[in-house]
Design a protein around this ligand. Sequence first.
Ligand code: GLY
Length: 452
Amino acid sequence: MVKVIVVGSGGREHTIAWKLAQSSSVDEVICVPGNGGTASENKCRNIPLKQDYITDGANPYVEIAKHEGVTFAVIGPEDPLAAGIADAFWNAGIPCVGPKSAGAQLEASKDLAKEFMAKYNVACPASKTFTDEKSAHDYIDQHGAPIVIKADGLAAGKGVVVAATAAQAHDAVKDLMIDGRVGNAGSKLVIEDYLEGVEISILAAVSVTPDFTKNGQSTIVPFTPARDHKRLFDGAKGPNTGGMGAVTPLDDVTPEIMAKFNSDILEPTLKGLMAEGFDYRGFIFFGVMITKDGPKLLEYNVRLGDPETQVVLPMMDFDFAEMCKAIMDGKLKDFNFAWKKGYAVAPVAVSGGYPNAYKKGIPISINASAESMKGCKIFIAGAIEDRRANGAKGKDLSLITSGGRVLASCAQAATFDEAWNNAYALMKQISFEGMFYRKDIGLPGAAESGKL
Ligand code: GLY
């Protein structure tokens, strides 16, 4: 009996659970805590984080995994990774997909990530780190704008300000470092050169340990490049969000760009992970700016992207659970990656008012025929089962909203047009009060940033 535990509750975790469940080698996927999507997903079962059998001070995810007799764990979000959840799983004898805490600091500290990039010659924008306000303001005065201000610590995507003017940059320093908008994460700031270009996300599987390195088994394998659309409105306008939709692959990412990404970013990163002696078996997310001087690394995330996962995983034409095993066992170099032909597009539907205050608990209506549309799948993020719905189960399960980003309507098809049309046709089968989504995910002019 192969049971896998998936840690997390977002759209990324629903997609991971769905993909794991497709593996003939997986009998059950335990989602902790999961969401309204994983609640009714084939082979999946949600378990709440609070259980009577968990003793005080123990890691609740590990305790649940032990109680359920799981075979291995897959960790979705960055916070538990930075806090050492992968160390805890391996120490308990349960293999885990996700880097141990030392490697996870590449996302948890922007300063440490920049030091790593400099040490291993990873192509990236120049930057300086500041722990006192006056030096940060002086640097902005000397440097001018545009300029990028980043909180050093984890800030749930809210710690980066791209300042178009020096005044905005000074405000950002005050907001992050003095007013504490992102708490302690802003007590140290990384101030980085602004790069003009187009942003992409490259997610990758990583299998690095000191033993694998000794045996020539350490490797990183990139997935198809994807693009997230972070602004709220069409044409990349309006406030930043956690992601309004994603598309993969990208026609503007040529084989030449990928070759340069491999030589200037991926290979030096692999060298660095090996040289530091990290036990990094999981995923890495390269946030990359394609500039006229080639790809430059803006950030590492130590997990899969959200909503990029909702388009990249549907394109995989291989067994995700087997890939996870290859990551953990040092067999990734021999793993046979195959990708579906065509494209995947996934606009995200958000609650009215998001990214500011929004109502929760709003019933979601999904037309019964929606998921029988070819190549289509709804990935649930901020929605839970409606406990008032008289014990409804499976397909009759009612959902209510519980977050800002509620769901993604994903379509995978042989052509971009077909994928795009199907994703939006699927979205039209869904409604809830206040529902809002962008109408231009993946179209020209929808990408974040400027010209090359
Ligand atoms: N889509 C951006 C992220 O996952 O960080």
